[in-house]
Design a protein around this ligand. Sequence first.
Ligand code: TXA
Ligand code: MG
Length: 325
Amino acid sequence: MKIIAANQNAIEQAATILKEGGLIGMPTETVYGLAANALDGKAVARIFEAKGRPSFNPLITHFARACDIEPYAEMDERAKALAQKFWPGPLTMILKRKTNCPISDLVTAGLPTLAVRVPDHKAAQDLIRAAGVPLAAPSANPSGTLSPTSAAHVARTLGDKVDLVLAAGSSRIGLESTVIDLSTEQSIILRPGGITPEELEETLGHKLHIAEQSDDIKSPGQLLKHYAPKTPLRLNAVDLNPDEALLAFGSTKFMGIKGGGAATDLPEDMIRNLSETGDLHEAASNLFTMLHDMDAHNHRAIAVMSIPDIGVGIAINDRLKRAAN
Ligand code: TXA
Ligand code: MG
């Protein structure tokens, strides 16, 4: 991994890396982002891997200008008014994704919406233009840790997981963008940030709903209509029916099979463990992969052990309930 000052030559190097599917530490006015080509699913997958981010938590896509969003998402009157007033700047809008929008489904976690932002930072703007594609970029930190406001933070916490970090001093705002959901009739603030509800209300001319908690994972979760496996899921299983596969969490020592036998004797393709140590973050990052994987085996049903409804577990249970419907 290299850190270089964000001059013209560095921007060109970084743009080449992005076109080849690499990851760039990108300075913005809010926090440093971990950028990849939003159209390249493989590159985007590397973001989730580098951050240890659960794949159901969608990413913000960055554009150089509001008018560049046109092929990808619907800008209604509210969005246009807010763009006019606050872009470039620390405001992220959740908009309806257009049909045939070529942005990777990983970016949006399968949601019908797209989070968009036009950053107010010269290096970010230059990089987006040089790459010639929209850039997906979450904050450039391991998931669940403090967001980075300098190139050194990015290097320290992500190391070789990022190909090149563009250095441009400290982030001016130092706090992630305000996230407003405009994908439905009611405008909702999902994440508070530098731009206040009052400022937004003044421009919109109406009152805003403020989501009760601004948790990075739970906000999109509330809107998520996503992947449900073909195989029926049975939740909160305390034992197994014969010929059910098992999606375990924690120890399987006490999981028995009705009529005799133990889960630990199941053939390899009938058991996956979200986290043997009971780590909810590990379970979150394994959830979709394991469900897809098990779904491919045409089991009669998948029994899922109960997941504690705390921390990331609340999000996991939310997705499992949707997947079981
Ligand atoms: O200031 C920022 O926003 C920084 C810089 C790099 O732009 N980025 C950032 O990204 O903070 P991240 O991934 O750490 O936070 C994005 C937030 C998450 O809470 C995510 O759940 C939410 O935006 N989000 C993204 N797409 C969404 C969608 N389609 N619907 C609802 N929430 C969404
Ligand atoms: Mg973040």
